[in-house]
Structure formats: C-alpha cells, structure tokens
Design a binder for this molecule. Structure first.
Ligand code: PLP
Length: 434
C-alpha cells in the first residue's frame, strides 16, 4: 500500500532539527529506534491524532499514559478553560490543590501528598525525602526501570551484583551514581544479597510498581510484597513508582491489584501522567510520619514555583473524577480485544511474540520467551518491531516508536478505532516477519 504523504511533517522536522537537538523535546519522539519522520500532530480528539498533513491515526501512545479518557474530553477541556479564565498561576495555595490531593488519598495507600510538576521531580523528591528521613544514603533500583532523568537513577549496573553502579549517560558524575545499586528485576536472590551486604546503608528501594519502561514486565506474584517486607526488615523505605501505572491499571494503580489484595503498603509512592490529565502535574506521597520530614514541617527541602498549578490541578481533578469503574471496564475490554488481535496476527504470520500486561497496559515483545527482566526484554527483535511499527503507521495506527514501551488505550477507544487497529494488524505482522 502507498503510505499517506507527510510533506508538512517532513518540513517541520527539518525546521525542528535546525533549532532543537534531534528535532524533539523528548528523545523517544524522534523515531530514532524505528527510523523515519515523526508525525507532527496538529490536533487530537478521542482516540484519534490528526497530523499537520491531515492524516488520522488511532493513538496507542496516549501521550505516554496520561490520556486515560482520550484527547480533548469535553469536561476536561471545560475544567481547563474555566481554570485559565481565573488566572494561570498564583504562587499561593488554592482549593483545587487540596481537592486533588484528597482525591489521590481517597484512591491510594498514601496519607499525605505533595504536588510537583513532573514524574522526574516526584521520584527525585521521594528519594531525597527517603534519604533525609532514614539518615542513610544508598538507593536500590532495578535495571530497565525508568524513574525520570534524575542523575542518581540514570545508572547502569556495576560489575558485580552488589557493587555500586556507573553513570548511565555522559553528564552524570560518577559520584551521583556511586550510591545507587542496580539489580535485575524480579530477582529475589539479588535483592537479598544487596540487603545482606548493604542493608544498614540503604535509604530506599525504588521500583516501578509494574515496569512499563522496558515494555511491560509485570512483577512476579508476591514480588512487590517481598520488596516491601525486605525494606521493612532492614529499616529502608519502599518507594513504589506509580507515575505510569497510577490511576491507569486500576482506580488506584498497580497497588490496587497487588498491595490492596495482599495487605501491604509502600512507604512512599510517586504519581504523574493520568493525575495531570495531560497537563504538567505529578505528586509524591506516603506515610504521614515520613512526609512530616518534608519542609516546611520538617528539615528536608523541596519546592516548586508551578507546583500545584491551578490549570494542571483542574485537568487532573476532572480526569480522576471521570475515571469511574466503567472507564476501567472499558479499558480492559479494549485491551483484551487488541491483545487477541495482535496475538492472532503474529501467530498467522509465524512471528514469535510474547504479549505482557498489567491491567490495560500491555506490550508486545518479538521474542519467544516470557520476559521477566531487562536482559529478557533486550532480546526482542528491534528491527522487526520497526517494520511492524511503520506498517501500522501507514495503516493509520500510531504505536509507540520503540519496541520497549507500553501501549496505552483510553476510554475513548471506540469500535471504529479498535477495528482500524484490528484491520491493520495482519499486514503489519507480515511486515515484521519479512
Ligand atoms: N517514573 C515512571 C515510571 C515513568 O514512566 C516516567 C516517565 O515516563 C517517570 C517516572 C518520569 O516522569 P516525567 O517524564 O513526567 O518526568
């Protein structure tokens, strides 16, 4: 088939590259992993993106998670418009901040919450708070888990299992990652070994509540409970990063599917994405005694000019209020249909594949073994994914432009959008296999 022309996106990409590194303001948008020209989007409504050339795509990125209700939901738009009309930022407290935080506390295991503007700020602040509260300095994370671009967590594993890590990117000083331990995900023995050797120095262990940033790699049953208990035994804090999963994989996030059922609580939780409704809002929260260590109540400093911004809180509150149980039922049904379609298409094309999910978040690994950690995820066939991605794009479906990302659906993904995806899959799976 002949792909729809994209001259306006190409021209904009040229202009963008002349003035912005890679032409984008966040690297994955550049299509480096799949090749080609990113589509510049002019507008979006419901499950559809419209690019500057007038081409339409079913959106399975959903802004990398936030757009739980789909794009330009009328009630979210109205809430934002009403908020803008009252002024864009005051630098003084507002009722909207209180109400949003009350909504978050009502849905999740946290007792107190501080609002910030990005997921990175949330995890960075949670780690500082964990260090300040415990008086310890070591942080444990898992390979393949992404928590934003803070220096301490842009770390790669050291040479041994319990040796400290090395910077994951130029620009991060070795001293910033020298107190970070990077372990393989889902590996209880590695966690035991790290705590046995460094337990009395570990301030916190941070993990994606269910990793989505190496593709979806769910925690094995009881893994989060094991992490919470291990931290408790060693006097470290368990920080559950729900920036991606929060309010998406269930009403309360990943915790709603494991902690609430198994009866344990994280000490700190980070949130972002859905709770901002597509505007810059994020949060961290947790045990009241830990949060009491935060300024101005306690000595651990943290602040932000735009934290709790009135427009962002209005968008977030409208989104959370509209995220009723029906929404989660719909997301589950859409994800089920799409997963079945993806499996059928790759099976028919004879392409080895594994589909992994948590709630309605899922991803497709082009490999023949279930993926339980970053090493497993790295075995996915990246070139085949690139061919699949472009064949889907040519047929009006915008997947994440990387093999290591979750696919997101929204409450607005209706029969027409789902059918467009199902119709595109067989030929795209063939393209992946050729
Ligand atoms: N934590 C997780 C689990 C994420 O997925 C992300 C972003 O994708 C972040 C933190 C960082 O959030 P932000 O991009 O808003 O800084």
């Amino acid at each position: 088939m002949t792909p729809a022309p994209t001259p306006c996106s190409e021209e904009l990409f040229d202009r963008a590259r002349a003035v912005t590194p890679g032409g984008v303001n966040s690297p994955v948008r550049a299509f480096n992993a799949v090749g080609g020209t990113p589509r510049f989007i002019a507008s979006a409504r419901g499950p559809w993106l419209t690019d500057v050339d007038g081409n339409e795509y079913v959106d399975l990125i959903c802004s990398w998670g936030p757009m739980l209700l789909g794009h330009a939901h009328p009630e979210v738009v109205a809430a934002v418009q009403a908020a803008v009309a009252r002024g864009t930022s005051y630098g003084t407290p507002t009722e909207g901040e209180v109400t949003l935080v009350e909504e978050i506390i009502g849905r999740t295991p946290v007792e107190k919450v501080r609002l910030v503007s990005s997921g990175t700020e949330a995890t960075m602040s949670a780690i500082r708070l964990a260090r300040g509260f415990t008086g310890r300095d070591v942080v444990v994370k898992f390979a393949g888990c992404y928590h934003g671009h803070l220096d301490a967590l842009l770390a790669s594993a050291g040479s041994g299992l319990t040796t400290f890590s090395i910077p994951g990117t130029p620009g991060v000083p070795a001293s910033s990652t020298a107190l970070t331990l990077v372990l393989p995900y889902n590996d209880r023995a590695a966690v035991e070994a790290a705590f046995a050797e460094h337990g009395d120095r570990i301030a916190c262990l941070i993990t994606e509540a269910a990793p989505g940033n190496m593709g979806v790699v769910p925690p094995e049953p009881g893994f989060n409970a094991f992490l919470a208990e291990t931290c408790r035994r060693h006097g470290a804090l368990f920080v559950s990063d729900e920036v991606m999963t929060g309010f998406r994989v269930s009403r309360s996030g990943q915790w709603g599917t494991d902690g609430a059922v198994e009866g344990w609580r994280p000490d700190l939780v980070t949130f972002g994405k859905v709770m901002g409704g597509g505007l810059p809002a994020a949060a961290f929260g947790g045990r009241a005694d830990v949060m009491a260590a935060l300024a101005p109540d306690g000595p651990v400093y943290q602040a932000g000019t735009l934290s709790g911004n009135p427009i962002a809180t209005a968008a977030g509150l409208a989104t959370l209020r509209l995220a009723t149980p029906d929404v989660y039922d719909h997301l589950a049904a859409v994800a089920d249909t799409l997963r079945a379609g993806v499996a059928d298409a790759f099976t028919a094309a004879g392409v080895p594949h594994v589909i992994q999910s948590t709630g309605s978040m899922f991803s497709v690994f082009l490999t023949d073994e279930p993926v339980r950690d970053f090493a497993g995820a790295s075995r996915t066939d990246v070139a085949a994914y690139g061919a699949f991605f472009h064949a889907m794009l040519d047929r009006g479906v915008h997947l994440p432009p990387s093999a290591f990302e979750a696919w997101f659906v929204s409450a607005a993904h209706d029969d027409r959008a789902v059918q467009t995806v199902l119709d595109a899959l067989p030929a795209a799976a063939e393209a992946a296999g050729s």
